[in-house]
Design a protein around this ligand. Structure first.
Ligand SMILES: [Zn+2]
Ligand SMILES: [Zn+2]
Length: 393
């Protein structure tokens, strides 16, 4: 195991300060104005060759050339900047000052680690080629990565490969993990509106009860994963909300269901959606109600790690942190990530960095572990040095 570079170890207190400042001022997707301004200001102060702001809303892209100036291969390192609509209960002295908004997924830490690498690498320039530092908005359901791509990100800054990193509660600090193939799920959401005919609770014969129809629908939807999808294909369909009615003696007009679909394969997602449409249409018919399905406009593709890039990042981590601290084949989860949009365009690898024994992600008591920041920054540093080595003359 190589030691953490001195310049990064010396940065630890500064990284914690940056991270806690971001934590104190969390901003929701596409509203990361203060965060993006801080990022852009720091990249400029580090002496970056170019900094573009306002990409896909609030996205920031910093360009850093190596020893030999422009030209050569380019890679992209990505961090996310947005927070979540959660009321923080950590009690930390740097807790959120923006009520109801919180960095509960550690994107404050991700932004900080990439800024740490930006400072380190701008000083050393110990590489040959170009590194794009990408700070994206709205990872939490807003598809900020897609917004940046739609805004021409890869037309102006096309990398050979993309790299992402997420902190992982439960994995000890100092440990890392990566796997090839699917690592995070495709995500889709749905709202199903069942419209019947309301009436007196004592006279159902004059009504078309949307609650009974919706209840049957919920049960029928469970058969998609259990009876239609190949048992060897991971899939989740969860109905997570059922809203209807407000009185004990009134049959309401409407029932509204919401939920999520998770898979690792677009074909499985398509199958689930087709089956869901069929069940909704037939249930409407059999209960004499109308059923409308809305899938919103955000459906993240699955995050698929390129096998060669997964091997490469694994070798970077083993070299930097020792074999005992690196796990290959970390079990995938059915959570989603919009890093998938980048990794669909060019080869990529998304790795996991231990956050220690913290509360889970998206929990009001969660906090990014500042001890992990210098390690994440070191991973970025080693990755660039190995991906874009300076030619030995
Ligand atoms: Zn999250
Ligand atoms: Zn996250």
């Amino acid at each position: 195991m190589k030691p953490i570079p001195n310049s990064i170890a010396a940065q630890a207190a500064e990284l914690a300060e940056w991270r806690q400042d971001l934590h104190r001022h969390p901003e929701l997707g596409y509203n990361e104005h203060r965060t993006a301004a801080k990022v852009a200001e720091r990249l400029g102060a580090f002496g970056f060759d170019a900094v573009e702001t306002g990409i896909g809303g609030t996205g920031v892209l910093g360009v850093l050339h190596g020893r030999n100036g422009p030209g050569g291969a380019a890679i992209l390192l990505r961090a996310d900047m947005d927070a979540l609509p959660i009321m923080e209960t950590t009690g930390a002295d740097y807790a959120s000052t923006n009520p109801g908004v919180m960095h509960a997924c550690g994107h404050d830490g991700h932004t900080t680690m990439l800024l740490g690498e930006a400072k380190h690498l701008a000083a050393t320039r110990n590489f040959d080629g170009t590194v794009y530092f990408c700070f994206q908005p709205a990872e939490e359901g807003g598809a900020g990565a897609k917004a940046m791509l739609d805004d021409g990100l890869f037309e102006r800054y096309r990398p050979r490969a993309v790299y992402g990193m997420h902190n992982w509660p439960g994995l000890p600090v100092g440990e890392f993990a990566v796997k090839d193939g699917p690592v995070l799920a495709a995500t889709g959401q749905f709202t199903v509106t069942v419209t019947g005919k309301g009436g007196h609770g004592a006279a159902p014969q004059f009504a078309r009860d949307p609650i009974v129809a919706a209840a049957h629908l919920i049960t029928a939807l469970q058969t998609i994963v259990s009876r239609v999808v190949d048992p060897l294909q991971p899939a989740v369909l969860s109905v997570t909300s059922f809203q209807s009615g407000s009185a004990f003696n009134v049959i309401p007009d409407q029932a509204v269901l919401m939920g999520t679909i998770r898979t690792f394969d677009d074909a499985v997602s398509d199958l689930i959606i087709a089956e869901m449409d069929r069940i909704c249409a037939r249930t409407a018919e059999s209960f004499g109600v109308a059923v409308e399905v809305d899938r919103g406009n955000v459906a993240y593709p699955p995050t698929i790690n390129d096998a060669a890039e997964a091997d490469f990042t694994e070798s970077v981590m083993r070299d930097a942190f020792g074999d005992a601290n690196v796990h290959r084949g970390h079990p995938p989860t059915m959570a989603g990530e919009d890093f998938s949009y980048f990794a669909r365009e060019v080869p990529g690898a998304y790795v996991i960095i231990g956050n220690g024994d913290s509360a889970p992600l998206h929990n009001a008591r969660y906090d990014f572990n500042d001890e992990a920041a210098p390690l994440g920054t070191t991973y970025w540093a080693r990755l660039v040095e190995k991906a874009l080595p300076v030619a030995q003359g």
